[in-house]
Design a protein around this ligand. Structure first.
Ligand SMILES: [Zn+2]
Ligand SMILES: [Zn+2]
Length: 166
C-alpha cells in the first residue's frame, strides 16, 4: 500500500492505494463510456495505482526517421492537437496513474488552449493539475475522445510505502 505526497509542500495527495502489476488496458469503447459525461472509465480503478514504464505526455518530439518505437498506442493513446501530429512523447517515465477522483485536492489550472478537447483536457499540454501550494504535480487527460487518466509526476510527487507489496 502506498500514499503519495506533494514533493514541494508535503501535502498528502492520496489515501493508501494498492499497486497494480501493470497499467490496465483502457476500456474506451462507446458502450463503456459514461452516459452523461461521455468520459471513458478511468484506466486505473479507485483504490489502486499503476506505474507507467513508458514516456508519457508532454514534451513531445519528432522521432528520428528510423525510429519505429510505437509509443503509447491503441486504447490509451492520447488524442493529439494537430500541431503535434507525428510526434511521440518525450515525457517522464514512471508516472503514477491513479483514478482522477483519488486526488481531490488538486485543481485544474490555467487555459488549456489547443490542449483542450471538446469537453476536457487532452493531457498533451504538460502538467495541468496544481497542488494547494501551487505546484503543478499531475497531468489530467479527460476528454470524451481519449483515455481518462490522472498521471502523478514522478519528480513532483513522492511515494511512501506503508507496507511491502508482494
Ligand atoms: Zn504542494
Ligand atoms: Zn470531448
Amino acid at each position: 500500500m502506498t500514499l503519495f505526497y506533494c514533493s514541494k509542500c508535503g501535502a498528502e495527495l492520496t489515501r493508501d492505494l494498492r499497486k497494480l502489476p501493470e497499467v490496465p488496458d483502457a476500456r474506451v469503447a462507446w458502450p463503456d463510456r459514461d452516459a452523461r459525461t461521455r468520459l471513458a472509465p478511468s484506466t486505473v480503478p479507485k483504490g489502486y495505482y499503476a506505474v507507467d514504464p513508458e514516456p508519457w505526455g508532454a514534451p513531445f518530439s519528432r522521432p528520428p526517421a528510423r525510429d519505429t518505437r510505437p509509443g503509447v498506442r491503441g486504447n490509451r493513446a492520447l488524442l493529439m492537437p494537430s500541431e503535434l501530429d507525428g510526434t511521440v512523447s518525450a515525457g517522464p517515465k514512471n508516472s503514477v496513474i491513479v483514478h482522477p477522483t483519488e486526488v481531490p485536492s488538486l485543481r485544474l489550472t490555467g487555459a488549456l488552449g489547443v490542449h483542450r478537447g471538446c469537453c476536457g483536457p487532452l493531457g498533451t499540454g504538460g502538467r495541468n493539475m496544481a497542488c494547494a501550494c501551487g505546484t503543478l504535480v499531475a497531468t489530467l487527460a479527460a476528454d470524451c475522445l481519449g483515455p481518462h487518466e490522472l498521471h502523478l509526476d514522478p519528480v513532483r510527487v513522492y511515494a511512501y510505502v506503508t507496507e511491502p507489496t508482494a
